[in-house]
Design a protein around this ligand. Structure first.
Ligand code: GLC
Length: 745
C-alpha cells in the first residue's frame, strides 16, 4: 500500500540535529521533523510513520473549517497559489514552474512582478538529464531545483514532466525524459526525492497521455489498455510508489472521452485507487471544464481557470468555487467530497514540511553550478566520430571557426512555462573561447538567423564559408531553438503549445551545413534541441556529430570540455533518432496529430514506441536508443546470472580498454523468446553507469525482479508472467548488444 513519505522522525538531541539543519515543533501539534538538507539520505526516502502521521491533526483542522474556507483551498486564488485559512494558521499553497529551474515571478494576477531578483540556476532540460542515464544526477538535479524553489518561497515545483516521447515532433520533448518507461521512471524518482528532501513538493506531470502539443486542450487520446499500462503510466506509477511524489498534475487532453484532469478511470480508479496515491491532484492551468466531474473524478486543486477569464479575474467563478456551495447545501454532492480534497492538500503541506522548519534554500551556489555543469557534461551525446576528429587536439589545432546562431544564442527564457531567468548562461561560443585560451584562435559567424522568415541568408552563409575556409576545424552549432524566444506567440520549434512542423532543421540550415562541408571537410556538427532531426542531407559527409540538447547555464562550458577532450562524453540517447519521420512508429503505424474534425488521436502503434518499434519491425534508425560514443572503449565479459529470492541478479564485467578515463552505461534488455502475445524484440529493464580508468575493470550487477519479465494482459486485465525462455541482453546501446544469456522464468 503506498504511503506518503514523511520526513524521518529524528530523536537526536536538539543540539546535534541543530548542527545538521533545523528542527522545530510543528505549528499544530508536535512532531520532531528534521528538515536539514545535509542529513537527508541519498535516493530512497527515509522510513516514515507514513500517511497516518498527521491524519488526526488534519481531522481536527477540517472539523473546524467552514465550507467557504474549504472551498477557498481547492481552487486558485492567484496565478500560482491556492487559498489558505489564515484563521487556522493554514498558509496559501505557493507553486511555481518549472522542471529545470524556478520560473520568473508572474505576479498574482499575471502582471509580471519582476521587482525582485528572480534569476536562478538554469539547469539542463529534462531530456538532457535523462541522456545522462545517471540516477544519482537525477537526485542532485532535484536537490538544486528544490533548494532554489525554497529560496524563492515556493511550496510546490511543477516538475518533473515525464510524458513519453511518442513522436519526435512534440514541442515539449525537451522538457521530458524518454521514449522508454523504465528510463523515465528511474530518472523521475531520483529527481522527485531530490526536490522533496528540500521541503518542496514535486508535481509529476502531465497525467496522462499528453504526448503532443497540437490541440492539447481538446484532443481525445485513444489507446489500448496494454499501451497505457506498459508505456504511458509506468513513470507516473514509479513517481507515486517509489518517489513518494506529493502532487500530480492532470493534463489538458481528454483520455477515452473524458478530460484527464477529472477522469474517473485515470484518477479515481488508477491513481488514487490502485496506486493508493494520497497526495493532491492539481489541474493543468485551465484544464478543468466541468464542476461535477472535477468534484467527483479527482481534481483536488483547480488552477488557471482565470486564464479564460482574464483580465477580469474572479476566482469565485472557478468551477470549484461558489458553484459548489449550492451543490453541497442542496445535498447533490456530499461535503465529504470536498473534505477529501482539503485533506489531500493538508497532507502535502504537512509532508513537505510547511508546518515545520524547512531548509531555507539557496540559489546559484557553487554546488548548484557544479551540478548544472555535471549534468550537462554527462548529457551530451557523441553520435559520430569518424577518424577521431574529436577530441580537438589543442597542440595541433591552431584555429576553430565556430559557426551557427545557436553558438551564441541564450535559450533559458524560451520554451513556454518552463522558462528560466538564468543568472548566467555560458553559450557554446563563450565556452570555447574560455577554454581555447590564447593557444587556439576562435572565429565566429552566425551563418543563419532565427527569424520568422525561416529562410537562409546568402550573406550570412558566405561570411560563414569564408571563416570555415580560414580555420583548421569548423564547429557548427545549430539544431532547433525555442521558437522565437520569449515572445509568447511562440514559434514552431521547441515550444509549449506547438509541435514542430517536421524533422527538418529550421532556417534552411541544411544549405549552410552543406556549404561548410564544401569549404572545410573537418566540420563537427553540434545539434541543440529537444530531439531527433533529419540529418540525411549531410550526415554521410560529416565526420563528427554531437547532440547537446539544451544543456543549461553551464552548457557552453560542458560542450567546450568535450570538444577539447577535457571531458570524455558519456551521454546516451534517451530516444531513438529515426532516419526520417515516416520511420517513427506514431507516423508509420499510429495517428498523429489525430483527426482534425473528431479531434481523436489513436495510438495504433500501441506498445511499439521508439526502439520497441524499430527493433521489432526491423526499421533501422539513424542512431538507436541508448547510443552514445566515448573517447575510450569498453569491453564486456563474463556475464553470469544468479537468483536471489525470485530476483535475477545479472553480473557483467566491464573493462576500459582505451587510453582515457570514461563512463559507461551498461544497459540490460529483456527479450521474451516465446509469448502468447506480440512483445517487443527487447525492453530496457535495468541499467547502471560506471566510471573506469584506462585498464580498470569492474563487475556490475543489475537486478531483474519478476516484473521485468511480465506483460500486461488485455485478456486477464492484469500483469502476467508467462513461464518460458527469455534472453538477457547486456549492451552499450539497444543495438550494440555485447553479451546475451538465455534463462527460463
Ligand atoms: C502550462 C503547462 C504546465 C505548467 C502550467 C503552469 O500550460 O502545461 O506544464 O506547469 O501551465 O504554468
Amino acid at each position: 500500500m503506498y504511503t506518503l513519505k514523511a520526513k524521518k522522525l529524528i530523536s537526536k538531541p536538539f543540539a546535534i540535529v541543530r548542527q545538521l539543519g533545523s528542527l522545530f515543533a510543528l505549528a499544530i501539534g508536535v512532531a520532531a521533523c528534521s528538515s536539514s538538507a545535509e542529513n537527508v539520505q541519498a535516493p530512497g526516502m527515509p522510513e516514515s510513520k507514513g500517511i497516518m502521521a498527521y491524519e488526526s491533526r488534519i481531522d481536527s483542522l477540517i472539523a473546524r473549517m467552514t465550507l467557504e474556507e474549504k472551498l477557498g483551498m481547492i481552487h486558485a486564488n492567484s496565478s500560482f497559489t491556492s487559498g489558505g485559512v489564515a484563521r487556522l494558521g493554514i498558509p496559501e499553497l505557493s507553486m511555481s514552474d518549472g522542471p529545470h529551474g524556478v520560473r520568473p515571478e508572474h505576479g498574482r494576477d499575471w502582471i509580471p512582478d519582476n521587482a525582485g531578483d528572480d534569476s536562478v540556476t538554469y539547469l539542463p532540460t529534462g531530456i538532457a538529464l535523462a541522456a545522462t542515464w545517471n540516477p544519482e544526477l537525477g537526485y542532485a538535479f532535484g536537490k538544486v531545483l528544490g533548494s532554489e524553489a525554497r529560496k524563492r518561497g515556493k511550496d510546490v515545483i511543477l516538475g518533473p514532466g515525464v510524458n513519453i516521447m511518442r513522436t519526435p515532433l512534440n514541442g515539449r520533448n525537451f522538457e521530458y525524459l524518454s521514449e522508454d518507461p523504465h528510463l523515465a521512471a528511474v530518472m523521475a524518482v531520483g529527481y522527485i526525492k531530490g526536490v522533496q528532501d528540500q521541503g518542496v513538493a514535486a508535481c509529476v506531470k502531465h497525467f496522462a497521455a499528453n504526448n503532443q502539443e497540437i490541440k492539447r486542450s481538446s484532443i481525445n487520446v485513444e489507446m489500448s489498455e496494454r499501451a497505457l499500462q506498459e508505456i504511458y503510466l509506468p513513470a507516473f506509477k514509479a513517481s507515486v510508489e517509489e518517489g513518494g511524489v506529493l502532487s500530480v498534475m492532470g493534463s489538458y487532453n481528454k483520455f477515452r472521452g473524458q478530460y484527464a484532469t477529472h477522469n474517473a478511470y485515470l484518477i479515481n480508479e488508477i491513481l488514487k485507487g490502485e496506486w493508493g496515491f494520497k497526495g493532491l491532484v492539481m489541474s493543468d492551468w485551465g484544464a478543468v471544464h466541468n464542476t461535477m466531474e472535477a468534484l467527483l473524478y479527482g481534481t483536488d486543486v483547480e488552477m488557471g481557470t482565470d486564464l479564460l477569464q482574464m483580465p477580469n479575474i474572479d476566482y469565485k467563478k472557478f468551477h470549484l468555487a461558489d458553484t459548489v456551495v449550492g451543490l453541497i447545501k442542496s445535498g447533490k454532492v456530499p461535503e465529504s467530497v470536498v473534505d477529501d480534497k482539503v485533506r489531500r492538500i493538508l497532507r502535502v503541506m504537512y509532508h513537505s514540511g510547511m508546518f515545520s522548519d524547512r531548509p531555507a534554500g539557496e540559489v546559484n551556489t557553487k554546488a548548484h553550478q557544479q551540478t548544472a555543469l555535471q549534468v550537462a557534461e554527462e548529457s551530451i551525446v557523441l553520435l559520430k566520430n569518424e577518424g577521431s576528429i574529436l577530441p580537438l587536439q589543442k597542440g595541433k589545432i591552431r584555429s576553430v571557426a565556430v559557426i551557427g546562431a545557436n553558438a551564441s544564442r541564450k535559450q533559458a527564457m524560451g520554451g513556454g512555462s518552463s522558462q528560466v531567468r538564468a543568472i548566467y548562461e555560458v553559450t557554446p561560443l563563450e565556452g570555447l573561447q574560455k577554454l581555447a585560451g590564447d593557444g587556439v584562435e576562435i572565429s565566429y559567424a552566425p551563418g543563419f538567423e532565427v527569424s520568422r522568415a525561416e529562410k537562409s541568408n546568402a550573406k550570412l552563409i558566405s561570411e560563414a564559408v569564408a571563416a570555415a575556409k580560414r580555420a583548421d576545424v569548423v564547429v557548427y552549432v545549430g539544431g532547433w531553438t525555442h521558437g522565437y524566444t520569449d515572445e509568447w506567440n511562440g514559434g514552431a520549434y521547441d515550444m509549449e503549445g506547438a509541435d514542430k512542423p517536421s524533422m527538418a532543421l529550421p532556417f534552411e540550415q541544411d544549405k549552410l551545413i552543406d556549404a561548410l562541408l564544401e569549404a572545410n571537410p573537418k566540420t563537427v556538427v553540434v545539434l541543440m534541441g529537444g530531439g531527433a532531426v533529419d540529418m540525411s542531407a549531410w550526415y554521410e559527409r560529416t565526420p563528427g556529430i554531437l547532440q547537446a540538447w539544451y544543456p543549461g547555464m553551464e552548457g557552453g562550458t560542458a560542450l567546450a570540455g568535450i570538444l577539447f577532450g577535457d571531458v570524455n562524453p558519456s551521454g546516451k540517447l534517451p530516444a531513438t533518432f529515426p532516419k526520417k519521420l515516416e520511420d517513427s512508429p506514431a507516423h508509420a503505424l499510429g495517428e498523429y496529430p489525430g483527426d482534425k474534425d473528431t479531434l481523436n488521436v489513436n495510438y495504433k502503434e500501441d506498445i511499439f514506441v521508439g526502439y520497441r518499434y524499430h527493433d521489432t519491425y526491423k526499421v533501422e534508425p539513424l542512431f538507436s536508443f541508448g547510443h552514445g560514443l566515448s573517447y575510450t572503449t569498453f569491453e564486456y565479459s563474463n556475464m553470469r546470472v544468479q537468483e536471489q529470492k525470485g530476483v535475477l541478479e545479472v553480473t557483467v564485467n566491464v573493462k576500459n580498454t582505451g587510453k582515457v578515463p570514461g563512463r559507461e552505461v551498461v544497459q540490460l534488455y529483456v527479450q521474451d523468446v516465446e509469448a502468447s502475445v506480440k512483445r517487443p524484440e527487447k525492453e530496457l529493464k535495468a541499467f547502471a553507469k560506471l566510471s573506469l580508468d584506462p585498464g580498470d575493470a569492474k563487475d556490475i550487477t543489475l537486478r531483474l525482479p519478476k516484473e521485468a519479465f511480465q506483460f500486461y494482459s488485455e485478456e486477464s486485465k492484469q500483469w502476467v508472467l508467462e513461464p518460458g525462455k527469455f534472453k538477457l541482453l547486456a549492451g552499450s546501446s539497444s543495438r550494440d548488444i555485447r553479451l546475451a544469456k538465455e534463462v527460463s522464468r
